[in-house]
Design a protein around this ligand. Structure first.
Ligand SMILES: Nc1ncnc2c1ncn2[C@@H]1O[C@H](COP(=O)(O)OP(=O)(O)O)[C@@H](O)[C@H]1O
Ligand SMILES: [Mg+2]
Ligand SMILES: [Zn+2]
Length: 527
């Protein structure tokens, strides 16, 4: 009968457990010196060796001839525990035995000395699933454990364990296992199973396992279903990934702004029953890889790509800036959120891709630097611009501006002095990385500078409606400040000939400005 790999290759001694030296070394040392606790707590993400270590520990404390803290695996007790003939080691799945009566009956049992082994060991898996009552019952036992009883609690969700329980246990944290260690272990298993496993394929499996050896072995198992030679393509196929060729084509279409080609790829993969969410995740992680390559000193060890793919990616990087890559990831991530909620997944993906293809490339990495600075500042609530900025917000300092609005005599004067703002495009790029919605609304606008004013020329009133919302207005102000180092009053730009002669021009300007969220007061107006 075929035994799945992850069961077949369960570590039998601490030496076989990979990637958890903080657990295995400590446990071995304690066992060697006979310091045995009555309650252990193993926590960490799934598939990292918690149950395996619990089983090893249960054998090690009972083994007749322990070797250096490890169970011998040969003696009657080791064999009996492993085959399940010795009933003194009990495994309980708390997910299905979470009631108070389950723990009470367990407690009643603990008073009896073990039948064949030295210690009665209770391994309680998924312990966070216990009910409140069950935890209380367990706590009573942990407070006064019989000398011959050992509890090993295992959980992926440590935050759900009551502090009273935690304080009674010796805690061990299991880490995600590194790509290198997982690939090595896969190699070892492959050799023993007589399977040829390409190095790139092992790495890809390891990357996809996200730190869990169990997931790696399960995926490897599925690959073996295709035959005794496991290549990258087989891994991709077994994992339901788009072939690397399609993925590259997709990314290239985005970088090259070729919406038509991108949509064709989606169509092909859709027809081949690929999951659209999975595809979107893949494109997103492809761009994440680009981001890592662009940013890190030694990306090769971190980036889950074959050597060929890595070279291709480096070529692709020549065509796009870091800020653009981040923008792509951001857009795909929000598409993923929408896809998860509801709606037509394919359409969401198509819209995201078309949007990415229709934007001009942000070629200036300075934008990113500015953005990062800005984000940090916004988070910490610190104003970014020149020190003079802050003064502007105070009432007293606002006065000269109001005055200057009045002294500017009239609207025509302001317009006359208005000069096209050369950095407007940069401002919009900063905005774009911030909020695509705002940036899009301002896409075809122009801006003029006149003294303290930044006047926006728009064909419709949507930009001004946006600026009426104080959060959006702040973003615009911040973007302007990031680019120019100055804070401007925002206002609408209207060509001189468009002004309505029957209105007081200055009042009209003030009104417009107020609609755009700029607070201008005109003499004689109510406070
Ligand atoms: N640290 C590890 N070293 C070697 N194999 C491991 C490790 N962690 C998990 N495995 C593999 O995954 C399988 C399941 O691991 P398990 O110990 O049940 O994980 P957990 O209890 O943390 O979810 C094991 O049988 C083994 O094949
Ligand atoms: Mg487990
Ligand atoms: Zn033994």
């Amino acid at each position: 009968m075929y035994q799945v790999l992850y069961r077949k290759w369960r570590p039998q001694r601490f030496a076989d457990v990979i990637g958890q030296p903080q657990v295995t070394t400590t446990l071995k040392n304690e066992l060697k010196s006979g310091r045995i606790s009555h309650a252990y707590l193993f926590t960490g993400t799934r598939g990292t060796g918690k149950t395996s270590c619990a089983k090893i520990l249960a054998q090690a404390v009972n083994c007749l001839n322990p070797i250096d803290g490890d169970p011998c695996g040969e003696c009657e007790v080791c064999k009996g525990i492993r085959s399940g003939n010795i009933l003194d080691v009990v495994e309980i799945d708390a997910a299905s035995n979470n009631g108070v009566e389950n723990i009470r009956s367990l407690r009643d049992e603990t008073v009896y000395t073990p039948a064949e082994a030295k210690y009665r060991v209770y391994i309680i898996d998924e312990v966070h699933m216990l009910s409140q009552g069950a935890f209380n019952a367990l706590l009573k036992t942990l407070e006064e454990p019989p000398a011959h009883v050992i509890f090993i609690l295992a959980t992926t969700e440590i935050h759900k364990i009551p502090a009273t329980i935690l304080s009674r246990c010796q805690r061990f944290d299991f880490n995600r296992i590194s790509v290198g260690e997982i690939s090595e272990r896969l190699d070892f298993v492959a050799q023993n199973e007589g399977i040829s496993l390409d190095a790139d394929a092992a790495r890809l499996i390891a990357f996809m396992a996200d730190g869990a050896m169990r997931d790696a072995l399960s995926l490897f198992d599925r690959c073996i279903g295709y035959g005794n030679t496991v290549t990258v393509d087989i891994v991709r196929e077994a994992a339901g990934l788009a072939s690397s060729e399609y993925l590259y084509k997709m990314a290239d279409s985005i970088v090259e702004k070729d919406a038509s080609q991108a949509l064709k790829v989606i169509d092909t993969l859709y027809n081949a029953s690929k999951d659209m969410i999975r595809l979107c995740e893949e494109i997103s992680s492809f761009f994440r890889n680009l981001m890592l390559i662009k940013t890190m000193n030694n990306p090769r060890d971190i980036v889950p790509m074959t050597d060929d793919e890595f070279e291709q990616a480096k070529q692709m990087l020549k065509k796009c800036s870091l800020s653009y890559i981040i923008f792509v990831i951001d857009t795909l991530q929000s598409a993923l959120e929408k896809m998860a909620k509801a709606g037509n997944k394919r359409i969401e993906l198509e819209m995201a891709v078309v949007r990415l293809c229709s934007l001009s490339n942000v070629d200036n990495d300075d934008v990113l630097a500015r953005l990062t600075k800005l984000e940090r500042a916004v988070k910490s609530g610190i104003a970014v611009g020149a020190p003079a900025e802050r003064a502007n917000t105070s009432r007293a300092a606002a006065q000269p501006i109001i005055q200057s609005a009045l002294n500017a005599v009239n609207y025509d004067e302001i317009i006359k002095n208005a000069k096209p703002m050369e950095q407007w495009h940069d401002v919009l790029e900063v905005l774009k990385a911030y909020s695509i919605t705002i940036a899009t609304a301002f896409e075809s606008t122009k801006a003029y500078i006149s003294g303290d004013y930044l006047l926006i020329d728009a064909k419709n009133d949507i930009p001004f409606k946006i600026l009426k919302q104080s959060a959006q207005k702040e973003r615009m102000r911040d973007a302007v400040r990031e680019v120019t180092g100055k804070t401007y009053k925002l206002g609408p730009y209207k060509k001189a000939e468009e002004k309505t002669p029957e209105n007081d021009e200055l009042l009209a300007f003030a009104q417009n400005a107020r609609e755009a969220g700029v607070n201008i007061k005109i003499n004689g107006e109510e406070e």
